[in-house]
Design a protein around this ligand. Structure first.
Ligand code: FAD
Length: 424
């Protein structure tokens, strides 16, 4: 770190949210309060029913936001001119997950698919593939498909293949992806896109893996009925099968010359998606944790129990100590998430912080929501209270976008200076 860096960092550390970002959040806060939260229980009970009141209410806002994102697509961000869209999207993930994490995941827009195109696509691909999210009258979804029956945490075991047919200059995809969020919404129920990771050379490990843009209604692509889940039950989660699905040559994300060679640069481009998506998952976890904390405090206040922050720790009751621990975990998770976000906003790499905040927030939300159920007693365990749902919704944040264990490995490697081969 050079001598000027600490000063620069001090100037960057500000927790004031710019007024324009706060204003932009306001209509979404209204939706979270008036549509998402009141409907949360219904869509939890009626898994596989689409939350259309929320989808139709949010689509005009999301479409306008994608128009804004397209206008800024070519801009470079620096310390002096940070990318406020990034801050906005993290605050939005927190806010909408406070409303209801299941409906948040069913939200139309580019989602993970859009993040992948933005992270790894060429300028022309960004314009071409993301335009539908900015201009379609009907809601459109994006998704990303990596996980396979025998390749989850270990991507190098991936078996979905993409073979170039020299006669037609098309990629031919074969294989199966499982647990794909918004898979049906993106590929069948709208004119969306799904970014599919596949290997052009199964024996080349990560070097062979590239990401491909599959458009909705592509022949040879089929989607299973939705899966039944523990939590986030309003979210669409499906298996996708590829049976000789043909996609155009230029639908491989990134520079074509790089993508058609065996090099990890294609894989690295795809991995950049996680640098942006892991802080968003962490923010979603923090939103659920905040909801659980608020509901717990309200219930305890109604019973005459309020936190007194000035009382020495040894004089606090067990309940007060639990509440303080919940708050501490929630706040540390949020601060780490904002730190990872600040790096992206200023155009810097954040791989360590992205994994760190994901681990911290995943652990915190599981702890906070379990404690909420515990502190509310038998009532907390019933469906009359929302906290049992929050506890079920919480756990996914510890699983997808790299499990807690995998993100801990990334953190450990970065801190200890080990390579992937040395620490696995
Ligand atoms: C609701 C839901 C939505 C999802 N959405 C998507 C999506 O949109 N797109 C997508 O591609 N995938 C999605 N996934 C899949 C998710 O990302 C994977 O489940 C996750 O990456 C783990 O992979 P796996 O299930 O194969 O588990 P495995 O890799 O088999 O892991 C099983 C367990 O072993 C642990 N483990 C594995 N390797 C190590 C190691 N080296 N050291 C220590 N522990 C290890 C893991 O942490 C985990 O606890 C979703 C999953 C769910 C449940």
């Amino acid at each position: 770190m050079n001598a000027a860096a600490p000063e620069k960092m001090a100037a960057m550390i500000s927790f004031d949210i710019p007024p324009e970002v706060l204003n932009q959040l306001e209509p979404y806060a209204h939706l979270a309060r008036t549509i998402m939260r009141p409907q949360a229980r219904h869509y939890d009970e009626q898994e596989h029913e689409r939350p259309y009141p929320f989808i139709h209410a949010i689509w005009p806002l999301e479409r306008a936001r994608h128009q804004q994102l397209q206008a800024h697509a070519a801009q470079e961000f620096t310390d002096d001119e940070p990318d406020l869209d990034v801050l906005f999207s993290i605050l939005l993930a927190e806010l909408l997950s406070w409303g209801d994490a299941g409906q948040f995941l069913a939200r139309p827009g580019g989602r993970l698919g859009g993040t992948a195109v933005a992270a790894a696509g060429t300028s022309a691909q960004k314009v071409h593939f993301l335009e539908r999210f900015a201009h379609s009258d009907a809601p459109v979804w994006g998704a990303m498909a990596i996980t396979e029956p025998d390749a989850g945490s270990d991507n190098s075991a991936m078996r979905t293949t993409a073979v170039l047919d020299p006669d037609t200059n098309e990629w031919v995809l074969n294989g199966q992806k499982i647990f794909i969020t918004s898979g049906a919404l993106s590929l069948v129920e709208s004119d969306g896109i799904c970014i599919v990771w596949a290997t052009v050379e199964p024996n080349a490990g990560r070097q062979g893996i590239k990401s491909f843009v599959v458009e909705a209604h592509t022949p040879g692509v089929s989607v299973s009925p939705g899966m039944d889940k523990l939590g986030i039950r309003a979210s669409d989660t499906v298996i996708i099968n590829f049976d000789n699905a043909r996609i155009p040559y230029d639908h491989v994300l990134g520079d074509l010359e790089v993508q058609t060679q065996n090099t990890t640069r294609g894989f690295a481009g795809a991995m950049k998606t996680f640098d942006a998506s892991r802080p968003a998952v962490a923010a979603s976890a923090v939103g659920i944790a905040r909801a659980a904390l608020e509901l717990t405090k309200e219930a305890l206040a109604a019973a005459g129990i309020e936190l007194d922050y000035t009382r020495p720790r040894h004089l606090q009751t067990a309940v007060e100590r639990d509440l303080l621990e919940m708050e501490a975990q929630y706040k540390t998770a949020w601060l780490l998430t904002l730190k990872a976000t600040a790096a992206i906003m200023h155009g810097r790499t954040n791989r360590l912080d992205a994994s760190m905040c994901k681990v911290r927030a995943g652990t915190a939300v599981v702890f906070v929501t379990q404690k909420a159920v515990e502190l509310l007693g038998p009532f907390g365990y019933t469906r009359a209270a929302l906290v049992e749902k929050l506890m079920r919704d919480a756990k996914i944040n510890d699983l997808y976008e790299g499990t807690r264990q995998i993100n801990l490995l990334i953190v450990a490697r970065a801190l200890l200076g080990y390579s992937r081969r040395e620490l696995k």
